[in-house]
Design a protein around this ligand. Structure first.
Ligand SMILES: Nc1ncnc2c1ncn2[C@@H]1O[C@H](COP(=O)(O)OP(=O)(O)OP(=O)(O)O)[C@@H](O)[C@H]1O
Length: 334
């Protein structure tokens, strides 16, 4: 389990102080896939680099399984880093070495016997589906294959935690999905905790259990992915979600352009299956006009919204809204 308490990090550049992280506190559970999303410059890389202490925090604490890693000396840090591996946007493979040698590299640093290394590398290459590429060089691989090599190398020392710094950002959507599936398998089968930073909401939607949104060095929203999709609170969260469905007119629908009352319903998979809108129409003397809606498939459920225009007497509309609120859906009058 990872616990971050009041973490701050500043950089001094030409006499000017920049706060890259401000008072970050969060907890990540074992076996969880935790996403950190933010726009460029928000502080994502700095946060992930503080977790493995590639950056020294200015203040605050980071506990991993109860051990404060911010106070470890070099030797203890080296040991604790073995439990943590990282993958990168541009893969960071050793271009002069074959796939086999890239994966063997961290094991050779451990001075393990050749036979042990050989068995481990072969197992890892099979795990990531690249046994047939063992003698190829990185330049002969596709982006997705390169990231699979990087993942195999990251797993070599059986880490407990895998950090992904924009690990799918350089890949096309189909390859991104296949890498995310591999990461999910790693979490399920090897119980590795995965922290991934990304600027792509697609990644959060497809694979994360929980997510923190970071802006200007601060966490502005943190929730399960389901709750975030169902009920995003900040403008940034809403705009990340609508970036998934660029054709949505959500946000462009203005109440002043309509005679009726506009409401936004948000719901998760199980409540989406209930015919509450038709129940409402039957129960109350109102007319309903559907203005916009969509559904996003998340890892374990789906989340969607509907924007409705309700027309009728004020009393009937108030009662209809109260009826909706009594059901398992979010209701917001726009
Ligand atoms: N070594 C450094 N020296 C000075 N400023 C830095 C350094 N590293 C990061 N920063 C600053 O800290 C802030 C956060 O940067 P960071 O790289 O963590 O953001 P990010 O969210 O990862 O952005 P991107 O998605 O573009 O990589 C930025 O203002 C950046 O300019």
């Amino acid at each position: 389990m990872i616990r971050i308490e009041k973490l701050s990090k500043s950089f001094e550049t030409s006499g000017e102080k920049i706060w890259a992280l401000r008072d970050i506190s969060l907890q990540i559970n074992e076996g969880e896939i935790f996403g950190i999303i933010g726009l460029s410059g928000a502080g994502k890389s700095t946060l992930i680099r503080c977790i493995n202490r590639l950056e020294e925090p200015t203040s605050g604490k980071i506990y991993i399984d109860g051990i404060d890693i911010t106070s470890l000396d070099k030797k203890a840090l080296r040991k604790s880093r073995k439990d943590m591996a990282m993958i990168f946007q541009h893969f960071n493979l050793l271009n002069q070495k074959t796939v086999y040698k890239n994966v063997a590299f961290p094991l050779e640093l451990e001075r393990l016997p050749k036979k042990v290394i050989d068995d481990r590398v072969n197992t890892l290459l099979e795990y990531v589906g690249l046994s047939d590429k063992r003698d190829a060089y990185p330049s002969q691989l596709s982006g997705g294959q390169k990231q699979r090599v990087a993942i195999a190398r990251a797993l070599a020392n059986n880490p407990k935690i895998l950090l992904s710094d924009e690990g799918t950002s350089a890949l096309d959507p189909k390859t991104t999905k296949s890498i995310l599936e591999l990461l999910n398998r790693i979490r399920k089968e090897l119980n590795v905790t995965i922290i991934l930073i990304t600027h792509q909401m697609e990644v959060i939607k497809d694979i994360c259990d929980r997510v923190a949104i970071i802006e200007d060095g601060r966490i502005i929203e943190m929730n399960t992915v389901e709750e975030l999709f169902k009920n995003p609170k900040t403008k940034t969260a809403k705009s990340f979600i609508s970036s998934l469905n660029p054709n949505d007119d959500n946000g462009l629908i203005k109440p002043e352009n309509y005679d009726g009352t506009l409401i936004r319903l948000s719901y998760l998979g199980k409540s989406a299956k209930k015919p509450i809108v038709s129940q409402m129409v039957k129960k109350f003397n109102i007319h309903v006009n559907i203005l916009s809606g969509n559904i996003n498939q998340l890892m374990s459920t789906s989340a969607g919204y509907l924007i409705l225009e309700l027309s009728g007497s004020d009393e009937e509309i108030v009662n209809a809204i109260a009826f909706l609120k009594s059901k398992d859906v979010g209701v917001e009058v726009i």
